[in-house]
Design a protein around this ligand. Sequence first.
Ligand code: NAD
Length: 265
Amino acid sequence: MRVAIYTNEREVSWQVKQQLIEKLVEQGIEIDDHCPDIVLTVGGDGTVLHAVHHYINQIEDIKFIGIHTGHLGYYTDWLPSELDEVVDFLQQDHRNVCQYPLLSIVLCECGSTSYEVCHQLYAFNEMTLLNAYRTQHLNVTIDDLFFESFRGTGVCLSTPTGSTAYNKSLGGALIYPTLRAFQMTEIASINNNVFRTIGSPLIIPEEQTVTLQSENFKDVTITRDHLYESYQNIQKIRVSLSNRSVTFIKRREGLFWNRVKQHFL
Ligand code: NAD
């Protein structure tokens, strides 16, 4: 078994990392940051997001365990005071896992030779399309159905586990993490007697695809979790639930509603 430790920049996280290294070495467990079977994250949910993107190309080969050095997180189960238990837990069999899907985002750009160039990207919490300066026009299609013409700041498409993050701040529903669906919420849509959008968050089953198209994606920012990029030549964006997922070794069953209660109530 090869283990990597992925931390955020906080001093306390580095201290926990150091203690973990000593405990792993004591137990003869190999530390390998390049090709790990298990990644221990030390930090918060943001650290898990960074780790997922860091290991995205080998995500199927990795299982994650999250240790939180800040507030209780959605992806982090363990406390820094429980490092001995973490190291014991590591050495048990890891059949009790949960798999959380990634969001698949296919960005199609107009290439210099007028051919479409598509990029496959992923998000673990959500992707947003944002225009901070101008009213963004978007045509939203669900599979083959033209659904609505959106005008406003943008949209957020989130995974079930991302539903408690940005999606929640936008008035989206909380989705139980084992449900295979994704969600679209509006960001400051314009609704009047000329322009109209559905207004409600949409929960979309895994077999369907949402396509966002516009005459003008200039000034648009695409965020994926903590990452953000600006694009000039996008033509359309196809979003669906990916077959790829992130695997966590489960500590306990049924923590989700408990966490929601502790975090928000
Ligand atoms: P970060 O580590 O400071 O995380 C931001 C906050 O979001 C933290 O409090 C974190 O615990 C919480 N969070 C992250 N994932 C969560 C989840 N799945 N469920 C519940 N809470 C969650 O900063 P970062 O690394 O830049 O994190 C990026 C995330 O920040 C994005 O994926 C997005 O969800 C979130 N975000 C939220 C808003 C908002 O709510 N208005 C705006 C921008 C980004």
